[in-house]
Design a protein around this ligand. Structure first.
Ligand SMILES: Cc1cc2nc3c(=O)[nH]c(=O)nc-3n(C[C@H](O)[C@H](O)[C@H](O)COP(=O)(O)OP(=O)(O)OC[C@H]3O[C@@H](n4cnc5c(N)ncnc54)[C@H](O)[C@@H]3O)c2cc1C
Length: 260
């Protein structure tokens, strides 16, 4: 079985700096980590491999520094890693990101299950997983808390707001993982040593035959007009009381403010 895990390197801080020119996050020189939900996706892939055999590959689209996140994933136990990096990918929105990842996965070719995190800590859209499945034309199951493979079938238990849902589908497929799915393992010394020596190829737009008009800022229909950190301690009114009363007062306030 071939498992592909898509991981994103995210800033290890809430104190993010925004590039006023491009309205994108300044990532250079910022301490960064593997997106926590993606650690659950790596752990889920490793557990499925231990049960069914096969190989776990981790991929990320990002700047050269994202190689560090891939090495951490190899230290956890991933067998292979690929960095998908090119200046043409800078400023990608979720459509451009899922297109670029799909091109890389088309080059990888043979896979049974793609695992993503539920969402990224910085962009927070939860769009890339479903977008990637759409690009590849494969079934997707989001918010996975359990995933089992039988023959060529997949059975996923989804965590919804107030209940669970069990979905069955065929492979190849894509799932997005929630944090309650598992406790990601910590890398051991053997893993860290293996990661230090690991060969991690970098694939450019040419290597994945990506149409650069569909990549990066140019290929992104989403135009982030402004990103800013709201001022702290802004004055505001706290509505207290019965829910229906609070809702009634809120609607009144919104009407007074001509929002509604
Ligand atoms: C503050 C902020 C707001 C943004 N708002 C928007 C917006 O509204 N719309 C928009 O289109 N873009 C937005 N972006 C850009 C967006 O972050 C990027 O498009 C990003 O590559 C993917 O979206 P995401 O971070 O929301 O990831 P999500 O869709 O939340 O990520 C879900 C999963 O997809 C996988 N994944 C995500 N990115 C990568 C990657 N680069 N490599 C490998 N796997 C990956 C991971 O498994 C991850 O857990 C925003 C960025 C920032 C920093």
């Amino acid at each position: 079985m071939n498992f592909i895990v898509c991981i994103k390197q995210v800033p290890d801080t809430t104190e993010v700096r925004i590039d006023p020119e491009t309205n994108t996050l300044v990532r250079e020189g910022v301490p960064s980590i593997i997106n926590p939900f993606d650690e659950n996706a790596i752990e889920a892939a490793l557990q499925l491999k231990e049960k069914h055999g096969g190989k776990v590959m981790v991929i990320t689209m990002g700047p050269p520094q994202a190689e560090k996140a891939l090495r951490e994933a190899v230290a956890m136990g991933a067998d292979e890693a690929i960095l998908i990096s090119d200046r043409a990918f800078a400023g990608s929105d979720t459509l451009a990101t899922s297109y670029t990842l799909a091109q890389a996965i088309r080059r990888i070719g043979d896979y049974d299950l793609i695992l993503c995190g539920k969402q990224a800590f910085d962009g927070d859209t939860a769009q890339v997983g479903p977008g990637l499945a759409e690009q590849l034309g494969i079934p997707q199951v989001t918010y996975a808390i359990e995933a089992e493979i039988e023959d060529k079938g997949l059975r996923v238990k989804r965590l919804l707001e107030d209940r669970f849902e069990v979905v069955e589908t065929r492979l190849p497929a894509l799932i997005t993982c929630v944090k309650q799915m598992n406790e990601p393992r910590h890398a051991g010394l053997k893993g860290v040593m293996k990661a230090r020596k690991a060969e991690i190829p970098t694939w450019t737009a040419e290597d994945i035959q990506a149409d650069t008009a569909r990549c990066g800022l140019d290929g992104s229909p989403t135009n982030v007009v402004r990103i800013f950190t709201p001022e702290r301690g802004r004055e505001g009114e706290r509505l207290e009381g019965e829910c229906s009363e609070v809702v009634h007062t809120l609607i009144q306030r919104l009407r007074e403010a001509k929002v509604l």
